[in-house]
Design a protein around this ligand. Structure first.
Ligand SMILES: C[S@@+](CC[C@H](N)C(=O)[O-])C[C@H]1O[C@@H](n2cnc3c(N)ncnc32)[C@H](O)[C@@H]1O
Length: 275
């Protein structure tokens, strides 16, 4: 127990305990700055005056609790997010994956699925799809339900098409979806080898033994201890020589896991587990 915390820290800590006890979601080791920002944002939207009022609402108002839980799980994502990263993936990682007879890839924190569909497209273009299984997991069931549907807003397609082209895409991006009113539906064949599953990185255990793990733009919300814990989980899941991909603002530098990996591309945060 740390004495002399200020009131806001105490209130937030009590709020996170309440969320865990009442709803089973453990945000107690997420970055305090992230939590404070999101709670503050919900207070502004709902006119609540302090965190203690938020606390009471979380316990007694299911709709409010669901909204706050959604706020705390940021689901912002894109297809071919950071195209240069995907370009590097095609050049440096795909040749490694080609050496395996079967490929299992885990997308941890896949949100609404854009990342997993991007991977399906790359694997198809590289002739690897038929030997691949993509495990796409998240703890946000709503996001997973949307991911499974593979329906995205038409408005996003311009940006996604550009991302795809910049990432070294080999086809016309429109080949991968069908337009329907304001939305597009990704072709069913892209989801054929994707297994969507609910998995909580904080409370659940090892998921599968895999050749590659994507965990991009998730650990950024966790404190150092929780990052270390999740990296142990990844270590236990990844085969020797396997690939770990993090987000552009994430690093292994200050982490216990850094001795386990060699950098395959330091700029794009691609690591290879040592033998
Ligand atoms: C910002 S999104 C990143 C999505 C995608 N990886 C990308 O980079 O575009 C973060 C995702 O992590 C998920 N997440 C946060 N905490 C998690 C946890 N404890 N277990 C599993 N997923 C979690 C959120 O629900 C959200 O979908």
């Amino acid at each position: 127990m740390t004495p002399h915390k200020d009131n806001l820290d105490i209130e937030i800590s009590l709020l996170l305990d309440a969320i865990y006890q009442k709803h089973g979601y453990d945000f107690r080791q997420y970055s305090q700055a992230h939590i404070a920002r999101r709670v503050n944002n919900r207070m502004l939207i709902t006119g609540l005056k302090n965190v203690t009022e938020v606390h009471a609402k979380v316990l007694h108002d299911e709709t409010f609790a669901a909204e706050l839980l959604r706020d705390l799980s940021i689901t912002v994502t894109e297809m071919f997010r950071d195209p240069e990263f995907y370009k590097s993936l095609r050049e440096k990682v795909i040749p490694i994956l080609k050496t395996y007879p079967f490929i299992k890839i885990w997308h941890a924190g896949c949100s609404t699925g854009e990342e997993a569909y991007s991977m399906s497209i790359i694997l198809k273009e590289e002739g690897l799809y038929d030997r691949a299984t993509i495990y796409a997991t998240d703890f946000n069931q709503q996001a997973l339900n949307r991911a499974k549907q593979g329906i995205f807003s038409n408005e996003l397609m311009k940006e996604y098409t550009l991302n795809y082209q910049l990432s070294g895409g080999k086809e016309s991006f429109s080949k991968y979806y069908t337009s329907s009113y304001d939305n597009v539906i990704m072709h069913q064949s892209l989801g054929k080898n994707i297994v969507w599953a609910n998995h909580n990185l904080v409370t659940d255990s090892v998921f599968a033994e895999v050749q590659m793990i994507f965990c991009r733009n998730v650990l950024i919300y966790f404190d150092r201890n929780l990052q270390n814990k999740v990296h142990s989980l990844f270590n236990a899941s990844l085969i020797k020589g396997g690939i770990l991909c993090l987000g552009s603002k994430e690093s292994l530098r200050f982490n216990n896991a850094h001795t386990t990996y060699n950098e395959l591309d330091s700029k794009h945060k691609i690591f290879k587990k040592k033998y």
